[in-house]
Every structure is written in structure tokens, then in C-alpha cells.
Write a protein that binds this ligand. Structure first.
Ligand code: EPU
Length: 345
């Protein structure tokens, strides 16, 4: 059993360093749980059962609109271990509080393939399945084995396997029926000893060619993804942001054909015979919002889908900017953008 005596509840804690948008909201109460046992202790404390709770990982996909008038539980459960292997695969379990990119680097180092395309995605391991993180042609669900979570009311542990998670594009059961109800404590991935590399994404192919790499290793792929991300996406340490603010919308094929008549250059990726995914970044750029600044918030100059904090932006300011962007896209294209970021108000 882990030590449960070191639990320290903070009052009026600034969340500024706990969210990558760098919004200076306060939590009425704040606690960091370093083990599952500590977490259960926090949840089962009768004092805590009555109050509103929010579970925080790396804070890379959250917008605090106001101060949080409840208990923020920060998940700091660490540890990466190989739990099983056979000829083809290794199963790796990671504590929910590990930094996602540290897990990627650990696996790349060991030669275990499957998550190298997900290099440098901000946030913690525990947050990864919630929105089924994805980048450069790979989604978490492809390597997902299981996760362990604790019921936020009872403190009981439950294991979720692939079918239980209802994964979809930037979506899972933890954003829907079970939103705010289960606290993820560890995630187990099934990785390949003989990696099958995914170089399908245009930007990756171009970068590999530029570097003259013909048969890439998983480290090459990880390096290339890191390079592409660093050139396109702002580093949250230098410029507050939460990655893509909206999801890429999916429209009917008919709607897409109509749009194409007016905007012949509109990009679109058919998902099936009836639907097309359109890059929200393109839509936003087309409305003229790219690189615009409103108060202390703005859209990023190299990627219009990323909303940035130029310094001192309040959560409300960022939300107002997002609402204006959404309204412009609606007015011009008749498309409703849905936030990818978890908006807490
Ligand atoms: N585009 C523009 N202008 C912009 C931005 C994008 O015209 O300002 C167009 C370009 O045509 C570009 C296309 O949009 O080819 C797609 O852009 P990009 O490759 O940057 O990808 P994205 O669709 O904007 C998605 C994910 C990212 C992920 C990248 C790479 C979503 C919501 N976002 O972005 O994930 O890194 O693909 O796979 O699906 C995140 O979720 O926070 C995130 C950063």
C-alpha cells in the first residue's frame, strides 16, 4: 500500500501552472493524488463527497472559464512497467499521471512500436483514452488494451477493455455517459516488437523524403513527428494553448459538394460514402481569423485551429474568442464547430 499520510489539501490554489492555456483560475480546494490508494481516500472522505469535483491530468485540454468552486483532484500517479509479452507484442502499463510524451519516449527507446506517431502530444497518460488522442494517421484506440478506473462516488475499481470504451474520433464513453464519473488511474497498451510504421500522412512522407530516410525506424518517425509538431504547433510553455480548440467537423457528402462549388479548394477527407471530414483550421482561416488577436487571446499564426493565450487572458476572454470564431464559421459555411477542449464553467 502506498503512503496515504502525505495528502495535502490546498485552499484557493491557482491553476495557472496546471492548465496549458495558462489561465489563472483558482480552485477552492486542490489535492494531488500520487497513488490509487490516495485517490480512493480522497473520494471516500465524507467531507469531499458533498462537493463538486474536477479531475485534472496535464490540463492540456481544459479551459477554466471561471474559478472552480469545488475540489480539483490532480492525478499524479506515476510508474511505467512491462506487464506481459509474447513473441509479437509487449503490454505496457502506465500510471495515469505520467506525461504522455515520456511514455512515448520510453517505448521508442525500448523499440516498442505503435505510439511513435503520437509523439509530443501534451497531457498525461490518463487523459489519452478520454479523447482517444490521435495524430498523423494513428489513434490511441489502435494500441489500447485496457484501463483501470475508480468510481468517483464509491471509490470502487473497475477495468475497462476496448469494447467498454466506445472509442470514436476524439471521443469515448468517458466524454459521454461516464463523463466525470470514472477517474482513470492506469492505462495498458499493447505494442509491437516488430513495428508496423504508419507513414501515410503527407507531411510525414514529405519530411522523411527531405531527410533522405528511406526505411525509417520508430525513432526516425518519432523525431519527424516531433519536428512537424514543433514547426506547426506552439509550445505551451512559450505560448499558452490547448492544441486544437475544435474538432474537425464531419459533413454530409451533399453538403461538401455544395461547399466545393463555392470554394473549389476546400480540403476534405471522405470517411465513408456519405460523409466527409473538413479541416476546421481551413474553415477558420478562410473566415479571416488566422493569427487574429482579441484582447489577450488569439488564434495561432501558423494553425488557425489553435487558440492561444498571448499573456494574461482570462478563461472568459478565451471562450468569447472561441464563440466568435464559431459564429463566423457558422455564418460563412453553415457548419457548427464543436469544441475539442473541455470547457469548465
Ligand atoms: N489548414 C489550413 N489553415 C490552418 C490550419 C489547417 O488551411 O490554419 C488546413 C490545411 O489544408 C491542412 C489541413 O487543414 O492540410 C489539416 O491541418 P493539420 O494537418 O494541421 O491537421 P488538423 O486537422 O488541423 C489534426 C488534429 C491534431 C493533429 C493533426 C495531425 C484534430 C481536431 N486535430 O489537426 O491534433 O496533431 O491533425 O494529425 O483532429 C489536437 O487534437 O489537439 C491536435 C493538435
Amino acid at each position: 500500500m502506498s503512503d496515504t499520510t502525505s495528502l495535502q489539501l490546498q485552499e484557493d490554489q491557482s491553476l495557472k501552472s496546471y492548465n496549458t492555456l495558462g489561465v489563472d483560475a483558482n480552485a477552492a480546494q486542490f489535492i494531488s493524488a500520487e497513488s490509487k490508494e490516495q485517490l480512493v481516500q480522497v473520494l471516500q472522505d465524507p467531507e469531499n463527497q458533498k462537493i463538486r469535483k474536477f479531475v485534472l491530468g496535464g490540463g492540456s485540454n481544459v479551459l477554466f472559464v471561471d474559478d472552480f468552486d469545488g475540489l480539483v483532484i490532480h492525478i499524479a500517479i506515476k510508474g511505467i512497467e512491462k506487464v506481459k509479452e509474447n513473441e509479437k507484442h509487449v503490454w505496457v502499463r502506465s500510471g495515469a499521471g505520467e506525461i504522455w510524451h515520456d511514455l512515448v519516449l520510453h517505448c521508442v527507446e525500448k523499440g516498442w512500436g505503435g505510439i511513435e506517431n503520437l509523439s509530443l502530444i501534451p497531457g498525461t497518460v490518463g487523459a489519452a483514452p478520454i479523447q482517444n488522442i490521435g495524430a498523423y494517421g494513428v489513434e490511441l484506440q489502435e494500441v489500447f488494451e485496457s484501463l483501470e478506473a475508480v468510481d468517483i462516488v464509491t471509490g470502487e475499481t473497475r477495468t475497462f477493455f476496448y469494447d467498454d470504451c466506445h472509442f470514436d474520433y476524439r471521443d469515448s464513453i468517458f466524454k459521454n455517459e461516464l463523463k466525470g464519473k470514472q477517474v482513470i488511474t492506469s492505462v495498458t497498451l499493447r505494442l509491437d516488437k516488430e513495428p508496423k510504421l504508419n507513414t501515410s500522412y503527407g507531411a510525414i512522407q514529405a519530411k522523411l523524403e527531405e531527410k533522405g530516410i528511406e526505411s525509417p525506424t520508430i525513432r526516425d518517425l518519432s523525431d519527424v513527428v516531433i519536428e512537424i509538431r514543433q514547426s506547426k504547433l506552439p509550445d505551451p510553455k512559450a505560448l499558452g494553448n490547448a492544441g486544437s480548440f475544435f474538432k474537425n467537423p464531419v459533413v454530409s457528402k451533399q453538403k461538401f459538394e455544395q461547399l466545393k462549388a463555392d470554394y473549389p479548394e476546400i480540403p476534405g477527407y471522405p470517411l465513408d460514402n456519405d460523409t466527409v471530414k473538413v479541416p476546421a483550421g481551413w474553415l477558420i482561416e478562410e473566415t479571416g481569423w488566422k493569427g487574429k488577436v482579441l484582447g489577450n487571446a488569439g488564434t495561432y499564426r501558423n494553425q488557425a485551429l489553435v487558440i492561444v493565450n498571448h499573456g494574461g487572458a482570462t478563461g472568459r476572454e478565451i471562450l468569447q474568442l472561441a464563440q466568435k470564431v464559431k459564429a463566423s464559421v457558422h455564418d460563412v459555411f453553415g457548419i457548427d464547430l464543436d469544441p475539442e477542449v473541455n470547457i469548465i464553467s
